[in-house]
Design a protein around this ligand. Sequence first.
Ligand code: PRP
Ligand code: ADE
Length: 179
Amino acid sequence: GVPKLQIPGGLMLNVRDTGAPPGVLFRDISPLLKDPVAFRALIDLLEDHVRASFPKIDLIVGLDSRGFLIGTPLAQRLGIGFVPVRKKGKLPGATECISYSLEYGKAELEVQSDAVEPGQKVVIVDDLLATGGTMRAACELLKRLKAEILECLVIIELKALKGSEKLNSIPFYSLLQYD
Ligand code: PRP
Ligand code: ADE
């Protein structure tokens, strides 16, 4: 069977073993997205957290691709704009680019050079933090644009991989933690 896990606010997440290489337990958010009540409750929790922590915020930055699924509804709730950080080769115009490694594999991320004005306050959103390589790379891109990073925010943190340590002094928050 598929184990079910409780998260704050009464949400349930299914844990599945899927596509990832042997030894990697894939934490899938698809069941959460498919359940409109749970999806709404998730965005409620994230909205409450951001409103309580950061009265002044300019933009939500979301990471390709699962971060888009969380970041865009959150930005709409907050009434602020959304900026996509994409895998390399997708964004038109001038971009900043950085290469990074993840729990399995390697990739490059890009952001449009004019996506953020210097000093704008952003929260970077993704579904999951594993090794932290993706989030760290995104932070580096946003720092190049001179954004003020208020926080890195994820639904799921895989604690055993110690990804949050890679983020150095940047504030980090996760709704759910797994060992
Ligand atoms: C997954 C996940 C995070 C990242 C976490 O994305 O959505 O972005 O890996 O891993 P890390 O902390 O070790 O860097 P993936 O690159 O698989 O892309 P996807 O969102 O398009 O599925
Ligand atoms: N991205 C990186 N590692 C992952 C994992 N274990 N489950 C889901 N997404 C991931």
